[in-house]
Design a protein around this ligand. Structure first.
Ligand SMILES: NC(=O)c1ccc[n+]([C@@H]2O[C@H](COP(=O)([O-])OP(=O)(O)OC[C@H]3O[C@@H](n4cnc5c(N)ncnc54)[C@H](OP(=O)(O)O)[C@@H]3O)[C@@H](O)[C@H]2O)c1
Length: 351
């Protein structure tokens, strides 16, 4: 592996992070405006037991939503539920186990969720890993790709029926995928090689985050043409002080802790609560009612990378994901809606 191939993704990722930190230094964090109460609504937040996900769960629960933390650490998930219930005595928060890196676990999670007969108004695809050493899941997929993207792709498609049935024209269900500025650094080669020829943990993370944006835009287009009351958008939380950085090498981790500490004091490095604001806004703001296909940062719609708007690339990734998962390309969403078949299954998926 050439030195350049190894170093380039690292440089690109850190330069992007520095740019974001500068932006955050010069701008006040976005504060969520007063949002209407969300009683009767149900949300799933993957990776909601810690970090940004936990902050999102806490804020959505504060609005009266029933929030389900979907994560793979039961102890931590139950501790998160306990802490939010202690803080907000009327909070409706639950934990359900899911390992996004396992396709069978995603299926089982959806089965258990559907058995409860709950509606679903908000799905936040937040869980992620970053900079994990080269490895594959039991299903044979690279770890970043599987956890951050493919598991969420499957989860979203399995939950689509419920999201479609729960959405109304004046109150669409919302699918929000937490991406990252790292996606700006990704190229498109990853789509065509199942295992990377030259593994780069930095590159793999960036690719998984670009995949989320491509998926979001394609999904929004599909949902829009079907006339379903569901929207899909991506959120970039900025640079946030969380456990995501735990896989940095020890010297890099020490430097990151020091820089985070200093920059946090001047407001450049966001707290999870501050960074959660845009996702909460995307989930509950009346201003975004019926609006999808956005890439949101600091409460505003901004441009994602040029590559993410490549419609052919979106379609290629969609087809490839369906083929990897053994799913049909098309969602039955359209036929069911257009044919007026409201009562049956909207998607062509069996669990
Ligand atoms: N922190 C940042 O600066 C930053 C910047 C841009 C974007 N983001 C994005 O923000 C989102 C949240 O990240 P964070 O910063 O809050 O990181 P975090 O504190 O590490 O939280 C990630 C969550 O995902 C969970 N998770 C990891 N693998 C999982 C799996 N296989 N199945 C189910 N859950 C799993 C983690 O559980 P465990 O801890 O138990 O593994 C954790 O609860 C991610 O999508 C990340 O890419 C973060």
């Amino acid at each position: 592996m050439s030195v350049l191939a190894r170093v380039l993704p690292v440089l690109k990722l850190y330069l992007t992070a520095v740019k974001v930190l500068f932006y955050q230094l010069l701008h006040k964090p976005f504060a969520v405006p007063a949002l209407p109460k969300q009683h009767g609504k149900v949300a799933i937040v993957t990776g909601g037991a810690r970090g940004l996900g936990y902050a999102i769960v806490r804020q959505l629960a504060g609005l009266g939503m029933h929030v389900i933390i979907a994560s793979h650490d039961k102890k931590q998930g139950l501790a998160a539920v306990k802490s939010i219930r202690e803080e907000q005595s009327r909070a409706l928060v639950d934990f359900e186990f899911v390992d996004l890196a396992s396709l069978s676990s995603v299926r089982q999670f959806v089965c258990r969720f559907q058995a409860q007969g709950l509606p679903l108004h908000v799905l936040i695809n937040n869980a992620a890993v970053m900079l994990v050493p080269e490895g594959k899941t039991d299903d044979g997929f690279e770890l970043h790709f599987a956890t951050n993207y493919l598991g969420h792709f499957l989860l979203t498609r399995f939950l689509l029926d419920t999201l479609v049935h729960s959405g109304k024209d004046e109150a669409c269900s919302r699918i929000i995928s937490i991406s990252s500025s790292a996606h700006y650094t990704a190229d498109k080669d990853f789509l065509f090689s199942r295992s990377m020829q030259h593994y780069s943990a930095h590159g793999a993370y960036a690719h998984s985050k670009l995949a989320q944006v491509l998926f979001t835009y394609r999904l929004q287009q599909e949902l829009q043409s079907s006339g379903c009351a569901v929207t899909a958008s991506a959120v970039d939380p900025g640079v946030v002080d969380t456990h995501l950085y735990r896989n940095l090498s020890t010297p890099a981790r020490l430097a990151q802790r020091l820089i985070a500490h200093l920059l946090f004091r001047v407001g450049s490095w966001r707290s999870p609560a501050q960074a959660a604001a845009t996702a909460v806004y995307a989930a509950a703001s009346p201003e975004l009612e019926g609006v999808g296909g956005c890439y949101l940062y600091e409460g505003k719609r901004v441009s994602s990378s040029a590559l993410s708007y490549d419609v052919e690339l979106q379609a290629q990734l969609w087809r490839r994901s369906c083929s990897l998962l053994g799913l049909a390309d098309s969602l039955y969403v359209y036929q069911a809606k257009r044919g007026g078949g409201g009562g049956g299954a909207y998607t062509n998926l069996s669990l």
